[in-house]
Ligand binder design. Structure first.
Ligand code: NDP
Length: 284
């Protein structure tokens, strides 16, 4: 199936960020729209940083169905919404705004769904044991709460800034905090290890983590997907760990976003992983 030609009936949705040119969301959603024959297009918007709210309010009530939201607007997306899910209330961040027919704006955060789906794809079962989350930024915060919701008995945050990590730990007694120098202690007995820092990303410092303190059964997920095969993923594979990459999480969050925006589940017969790998210039 392919989409009908663009007419005055065509609906729009998109992703808003600054910068946004790197986003793979248009690749994913337009492939699904094409395959489903839905009369809509998915674009990328990069307003001036101070213009986020103007852009969102200008789109409500017209042909736009809603927006995915990426850095640096996730907190402002949560603040602009009229209706929020519990995930948004707790994390203070939204990656999805849905424009309702009555003019209201609904906010959700599907990053946690994406994370749990990516981990499940690598065989992870949340109740098996403690999970180590490296980082205490926005992505880590959402990840920690989703892992606890999914049944993880304990989450150990390892972060450079202990203050930031402690602010998350204050949310739930099952969250522990360690500095990088104690990372080996945190890894002991871990059921999963998740990199939610920007370390290891192209242009950022490397992630230096000795995985040998973790059991070989620990699932290792790196949220970073530029490069796709990060040093952490390569080191984990070399030690025989099950792994999941940042694209698995990205696609995992796109699934419920698509359903909320377009009112249909994404078609299953589209190899969006391959399309994303091609867009990144990488293949497995
Ligand atoms: P933030 O900027 O909010 O947080 C960055 C984190 O990285 C903080 O914990 C910070 O530590 C740490 N960090 C950065 N530089 C250093 C350094 N030199 N040494 C030690 N720690 C460092 O970013 P986000 O939480 O929004 O995103 C984190 C990563 O997750 C990014 O790579 C992002 O692309 C990725 N991501 C991937 C998604 C996916 O679907 N695959 C979804 C969302 C995010 P400190 O607190 O001490 O500053």
């Amino acid at each position: 199936m392919s989409r009908p030609p663009v007419t005055a009936q065509t609906r729009i949705a998109g992703v808003v960020g600054h910068p946004v040119r790197h986003s793979l969301s248009p690749v994913i959603h337009n492939a699904w729209l094409d395959a489903a024959g839905i009369d809509a297009v998915y674009l990328a918007f990069a307003p001036r940083p101070e213009g986020f709210e103007t852009l969102v309010r200008g789109l409500v009530g017209g042909v736009a169905l809603g927006l995915n939201v990426t850095l640096p607007f996730k907190e402002r997306a949560a603040a602009i919404a009229d209706y929020t899910t519990p995930e948004v209330l707790r994390s203070g961040a939204a990656n999805l705004l849905v424009f309702r027919p009555d003019g209201g704006i609904g906010a959700d955060n599907t990053d946690g769904v994406g994370l749990i789906a990516a981990l499940a794809g690598a065989g992870f079962q949340p109740r098996t044991g403690p999970v180590v989350v490296l980082g205490a930024g926005g992505a880590a915060r959402g990840a920690v709460l989703s892992l606890l919701d999914a049944g993880a008995p304990e989450v150990r945050i390892v972060n450079r800034s202990l203050e930031r990590a402690r602010a998350i730990a204050a949310l739930d007694p099952r969250i522990q905090v360690e500095g990088w120098e104690a990372a080996a202690r945190a890894l002991a007995g871990a059921a999963a290890v998740i990199n939610a820092t920007s370390l290891g990303m192209t242009g950022q410092p490397p992630l230096e983590l000795m995985l040998n303190a973790a059991p070989q059964t620990a699932v290792v997920l790196d949220m970073v997907y530029r490069p796709l095969r990060t040093p952490l993923i390569l080191a984990a594979e070399a030690r025989g760990h099950p792994t999941a990459d940042g694209l698995a999480m990205l696609i995992g969050q796109a699934v419920p976003s698509f359903t909320a925006l377009f009112g249909a589940d994404p078609p299953e017969d589209v190899d969006v992983l391959r399309l994303c790998q091609e867009a990144l210039g990488e293949s497995r």
